[in-house]
Design a protein around this ligand. Structure first.
Ligand SMILES: Nc1ncnc2c1ncn2[C@@H]1O[C@H](COP(=O)(O)OP(=O)(O)OP(=O)(O)O)[C@@H](O)[C@H]1O
Length: 341
């Protein structure tokens, strides 16, 4: 794997099999939450994962964190010494030292912080669990992490309820950073916050990235957040990555019809600028437990041709018509088209 890469996901699939249900084993459903995903994360970048609810973003993030053991595929992580390790194949004890290097920031600071623990205990926990520090060093490292996150260390004896939503998310970030990780997976890390606080937390995350040389995988359904923060973006639809590009390219020249639809669905505050297609295209969203022969987006795609119901390209952009549509400027000329087909 090239030196600039910190993570390489290859052919990753995560299936969930449902319970037996009323009719026993035969009634079991299998959800392909993540299906044959390839993904590269480069050192020091922020890779955005974006897509509608249920497309598999969280599941992919949890596979990288090895909170889920993937059904198949590889998750190759490059350690600081340059050695490579496939996280997918590691046992619980083999994963333990890596848990300090790859950390997460949780979505909701109100529910993710234990209300019965002080801030000191919350932030110190990963240090203690992983035997990274003891005695006064624990307190020093907690104080340092809090300070980095813009919180006064004197307040570490207080409980989470004494803090605002934004401050609680700073505590969550301090807890993630206290072990000095290299890769942080942030899943909807600012979605639960008030808009006014959101940009402060995003700015903090950017500053910490510069200061500490962090790499982020940033999961969000919010395109404005993705556009603000990410270097590159991978777009997910029904368990698959359908397009991947540098942020500016993706927003200026989407290549997959789903990306185009996603970008058009962003509401515009000025009603004079509103277009008719500010919703995602109509049509049934298939569930990830259905079997697909062609492109998954084809039932909702206004550009679909016969071929699209038969096969899907195996590389991104996963669209037979991507080149033709992009080159011909079709997306732009459809600005006023009826997207409901
Ligand atoms: N533990 C699980 N057991 C069964 N199905 C699951 C499980 N976790 C996720 N799924 C299913 O996998 C699919 C992908 O879910 P996932 O939460 O990864 O999507 P998402 O894009 O993160 O959505 P959201 O933005 O709503 O969190 C969904 O159909 C979901 O119902």
């Amino acid at each position: 794997m090239p030196a600039e890469e910190i993570l390489r996901v290859e052919g990753l699939t995560m299936r969930f099999t449902g319970g037996a249900g009323l009719f026993g084993r035969r009634n079991r459903t299998t959800v392909h939450a993540v299906d044959d995903v390839d993904l590269v994360v480069r050192r020091g970048e922020t890779l955005g994962l974006v897509g509608e609810s249920g497309c598999g973003k969280t599941t992919l993030g949890r596979c990288i964190l090895r909170a889920h053991k993937p059904t198949t595929g590889r998750i190759v992580y490059r350690r600081a010494d340059g050695s490579e390790v496939d996280l997918a194949g590691l046992s619980r004890s083999q994963l333990r030292p890596l848990r300090t290097e790859i950390r997460t920031v949780f979505q909701d600071p109100n529910s993710s912080l234990n209300p019965r623990m002080t801030v000191q205990q919350i932030v110190a926990e990963p240090l203690i669990v992983n035997n990274l520090a003891s005695g006064s060093e624990v307190k020093d490292r907690v104080a340092e992490a809090l300070r980095r996150c813009g919180l006064r260390p004197e307040l570490m004896r207080r409980y989470p309820h004494a803090f605002s939503g934004g401050e609680r998310q700073r505590i969550g970030i301090a807890r993630a950073l206290v072990t000095e990780p290299r890769l942080v997976v942030a899943d909807e890390a600012v979605s639960a916050l008030d808009v006014s606080v959101r940009s402060q937390i995003l700015n903090l995350m950017e500053d910490l990235q510069d200061e500490l040389g962090l790499t982020y995988v940033f999961i969000s359904h919010d395109l404005s957040v993705i556009q603000h923060l990410c270097t590159r973006v991978a777009v997910m639809y029904l368990g698959r990555i359908v397009e991947e590009a540098e942020t500016e390219d993706l927003f200026d020249h989407p290549q997959h019809p789903y990306t185009e639809a996603l970008l058009r669905s962003v509401p515009r505050p000025d009603p004079r600028l509103r277009r008719r297609d500010e919703v995602l295209p109509a049509g049934e969203v298939p569930t990830p437990d259905e079997h697909f022969t062609g492109c998954r987006f084809q039932p909702r795609c206004r550009y679909a041709i016969d071929l699209c119901s038969q096969t899907e390209p195996t590389t991104v952009p996963r669209c037979h018509r991507a080149e033709e549509l992009t080159l011909d400027g079709v997306y732009a000329s459809h600005a006023d088209a009826d997207v409901t087909r």
